[in-house]
Ligand binder design. Sequence first.
Ligand code: PLP
Ligand code: COI
Length: 347
Amino acid sequence: MEIDYSKRSFSYYPTNAIVYATCIDGKWSEPVETDNFNLSLHCFAGIFHYAPSCFEGLKAFRGVDGRVRLFRPDENAKRMASGANYLDMPSPSMEMFLDLCIRCVQLNWDFIPPYESGASLYLRPILVGINPQLGIKSANDVMFAVMASGVGTYSGAKALKPGTAVMSRNYDRAATYGSGGYKLGANYAQSLHAYNLAHNQGYRELLFLDSATHSHIEEFGSSNFFAIKNGCYVTPDSTSVLPSITNKSLRTVAEEFGLKVERRTIYTDELESFEEVNSCGTAVVITPICRIDDKPALESDTVTKVIKYSDECGPISLKLYNRIIGIQKGIEEDTYGWCMFVDERKA
Ligand code: PLP
Ligand code: COI
C-alpha cells in the first residue's frame, strides 16, 4: 500500500524490523535483527527503576539522486558514548553504533520516504540497563537497539511554519550541575508534566531557563535555541543544554555565510531585540518561533510579557535551513563530508 507521507507528523509509524545487541559481563553479542518489536526484559532490569537510559535521534534521507544518506551519525555515536559514560554503563563502539544504524535503515528500506515527500526515516537508537538489580547502582549489562519510524515534520504542520512558545519559570529541565548535557531518558521525564501544561494551552514549545536564576535561556524541550541579530548567529552556551548536532552544523554553515557566531549567555531581557528566533534539532530541523509568552507559572492565566516575531521564517534562518536540508538531501555539495551513504542490502 502506498504511504501518504504528507499526513505524517513526528510519531511512531510501524516499520519492518529492529536490530539490537546486548552487552553481558562486558561482552557484546552479535547483532540480532528481528521483526518482533516486543523486547523481553527482566522486570528487575535497572531501566524499569532508576532510568539507566540514553538515546539518540538521527535521520536517513532519500536524496535527489535517489541515494540514502545518514546525517552525521558519528556525532550521535559520540554523544551516546558520553551519556553512557555519565551513567557509568557500557556503550557500543563507534563501529557498532554505525553498523546497527546501517542495518536498521536496510531492514526498513521500503519505509524510507521518497525524496519528494519531504519526510525522512527517523532512527531511534536506545541504550538501556538490563541486568536485574535492586540497589541504586549503574547498570553492568545493557541492550543497544536501533528502531525506525518514517516521519513528517515535528508538529505535523508545513515545514518552517512558525510556532508559539512559553517560558518555563516554575519547571526546570536540567539542574546547573545535572545531566542536561547528555541525552538521557531521565531528562525528558523531567519535562513531561511541564510540556503537558504548555501543550494543553496551545503552545508548540516550552522554553526552559537556567535552573539557578531563571534569568537566561537554556533550550526548548525538544531542541536548541538560536537567534539572529545584527548579522550574528546567537545560541546559549551552557553545560546543562544538550549539545545539538543540528546546532553545531548550523554554526558551521552560519560562518560559511559570513555570520558571526556567538555562543554565550542569553538573558531573557535580550529576547525582544532578536530579529529571528528558532528552535533547531533533528526532529524540528529549524522551526521558527513567532511568539514567546512569559508567565510567572505555567499553571497561571497571567501572562506578564508577550514577545512577538515574524509570522514567517526569517530570511537568514531560511538560508540556513536550505543549506542544511540541501546537504542532507544531496541537493547541495556536502563540503564537510557530513553525510554517510547507505546502500540497499543485496538479497
Ligand atoms: N535539545 C533537546 C532537548 C533535544 O531533545 C534535541 C534533540 O535531539 C536537541 C536539543 C537537538 O539535538 P540534535 O540536533 O542533535 O538532534
Ligand atoms: C530529536 O530531535 O532527535 C529528538 O530526540 C527530539 C525529540 C525527543 C523530540
